[in-house]
Design a protein around this ligand. Structure first.
Ligand code: FAD
Ligand code: NAI
Length: 467
């Protein structure tokens, strides 16, 4: 039986970053992973393959949709879907191999197989050949991630009715694609297939898209997607689905009541959220309970109710995001090593990697209103940003929310070109408790889209100079 300081169950962004940090700090560490490759949902079937297809499809549409022609570049592109999928798969393999390399570099032992907790300090790993190994450890970190939430009455067969994993590898461009759920997955993967030629209809239960996102930002985003050809059926629910070899018939009803309609589509993507994954994990053997949604809770510093059992990433509370899992991984391991690990849950950015992109951090206007916090707003449109104009990418805006009394930045919300990269500026500013004036008086390079961030910060005090 092997003895460890830490055994981590799951090798996604939570688990693999925890393992690397543990190795860096000289802990004896094993990471148990049941998949064939490291990297979890993110690298294998999430962030990375979706971004590969978003990038490729954006290039295709720029060439096919007239953007290149407008720039004076005449081309006649032809879609090679097989090659698009191949380059995506190759990038994914490279990335998962990269994690393998980092494991070796940091002396992390990768124990292949499905792990289950078997009482305090014990993890049993079942390998593909059925053999079992018991690992003894001072600490167990649960990093088992999440899985798609099923939709009652609609069976995902990953042929005609797919989840996100199926939608990353459709064998053809659908003529019509219906997406259930106007969240991040639906809008990113919907963008991919729309750019490649699909007619995309999104059925959303609520009367808005991207719940939780600043409302003005979500509305602007929805207008932009509608202009691109997305059809939204808001306030609607799917009550049944019949799949055949050729396509799917969906029954859709207004949430408020009324007549049902039938939607026909070549493919249906169900993307109504994800739920924590703890199947067969043996939580009961250490007395760890989940809430009704299956979430494993912690004390604010990643300790579950059981001594020596910690939890990070999608399987616990908070947004299901790779960078949040990574931050928690570092803090959790540093705490295990006797250091002062901490994650600030108020400053976790969110990005939707469409065109335009959406990026947010901190409080939304709705949250500030609900909390009764007086705030000021500074807004700047990309229409007035010189670089965006030159590049013909003028949709969207940057909005800064600052405390009315102290001017401290409370939130930033953006729709526009490259905002996913630029939001990091506000994350740093907010971690340093910056005032909007700090950003407004910081020199930004010209001509860049980042000047829109500075102008929005200037607008908080009413002195934006370029709009
Ligand atoms: P996971 O990445 O889910 O990893 C958990 C791992 O644990 C899995 O590999 C699983 O096989 C393994 N495991 C589970 N149980 C056991 C067990 N008992 N024994 C052994 N191994 C086990 N987030 C972003 O921040 N940006 C994005 O752009 C983004 N895009 C996404 C796109 C899609 C299509 C999807 C589905 C998700 C996306 N996400 C994105 C979310 C992101 O993938 C997750 O937040 C992130 O992967 C969570 O990391 P994790 O380590 O908690 O869990
Ligand atoms: P989501 O929570 O973002 O969106 C789900 C949507 O489905 C919501 O708008 C919800 O109101 C709607 N919905 C729920 N039940 C419904 C029903 N019965 N009928 C119709 N609509 C319904 O979840 P999504 O898109 O599945 O993504 C899962 C997770 O993956 C998210 O938490 C997200 O953070 C993460 N992710 C992050 C990405 C990024 O950071 N760029 C990209 C993709 C996923």
């Amino acid at each position: 039986m092997s003895q460890y300081d830490v055994v981590i169950i799951g090798a996604g962004p939570g688990g693999y970053n925890a393992a690397i940090r543990a190795g860096q700090l000289g802990l004896k560490v094993a990471c148990v992973e049941g998949r064939e490759t490291l990297g979890g949902t993110c690298l294998n079937v999430g962030c990375m393959p979706s971004k590969a297809l978003l990038h490729a499809s954006e290039m295709y549409e720029a060439a096919a949709g007239g953007e290149f022609a407008n720039l004076g570049i005449q081309v006649q592109p032809k879609l090679d879907l097989a090659q698009m999928m191949k380059q995506k798969a190759e990038s994914v393999i490279n990335l998962t191999k990269g994690v393998e390399f980092l494991f070796k570099k940091n002396k992390v032992e990768w124990v292949k197989g499905w792990g289950r907790i078997d009482g305090p300090g014990k993890v049993v790993v079942k390998a593909a050949d059925g053999s079992e190994t018991t690992l003894e450890t001072k600490n167990i970190v649960i990093a088992t991630g999440s899985e798609p939430t099923p939709l009652p009455g609609v069976t995902v067969d990953n042929k005609r009715i797919v989840d996100s994993t199926g939608a990353l590898s459709l064998p053809e461009v659908p003529k019509s694609l219906v997406i259930v759920g106007a969240g991040v997955i639906g809008l990113e993967l919907g963008s991919v297939w729309r750019r490649l030629g699909a007619e995309v209809t999104v059925v959303e239960f609520l009367d808005r898209i991207c719940p939780g996102t600043d409302e003005e930002t979500a509305k602007t985003f929805q207008r932009s997607l509608t202009k691109q050809g997305f059809v939204f059926k808001l306030g609607s629910k799917v009550t049944g689905a019949k799949a055949s070899a050729k396509g799917v018939e969906l029954t859709v009803e207004p949430v408020a009541g009324g007549a049902a309609e039938t939607l026909k589509a070549d493919y249906v993507l169900v993307a109504i959220g994800r739920r924590p994954y703890t199947q067969g994990l043996g939580l009961e053997t250490v007395g760890v309970q989940t809430d009704k949604r299956g979430v494993v809770g912690h004390d604010g510093h990643f300790k579950t109710g059981a001594a020596g059992v910690w939890v990070i990433g999608d399987v616990t509370t908070g947004p299901m995001l790779a960078h949040k899992a990574e931050d928690e991984a570092v803090a959790c391991i540093e705490l295990i090593a006797g250091k002062a690990g901490h994650v600030n849950p108020d400053i976790i950015p969110g990005v939707i990697y469409t065109k335009p992109e959406v990026a947010t951090v901190g409080k939304t206007e709705e949250e500030l209103k609900a909390a009764g916090i007086a705030y000021k707003v500074g807004k700047f449109p990309f229409m007035a940003n010189s670089r965006a104009k030159i590049n013909h990418e003028t949709e969207g805006f940057v909005k800064v929310l600052a405390d009315a009394k102290t001017d401290r930045i409370l939130g930033a919300h953006m729709v526009g070109p490259n905002v996913g990269d630029m939001i990091a500026e506000f994350c740093v500013a907010m971690e340093f408790a910056a005032a909007s004036e700090d950003v407004a008086r910081t020199c930004h390079p010209h001509p860049t889209r980042s000047e829109a961030l500075r102008q929005a910060a200037m607008a908080v005090e009413g002195w934006a100079m370029q709009a």
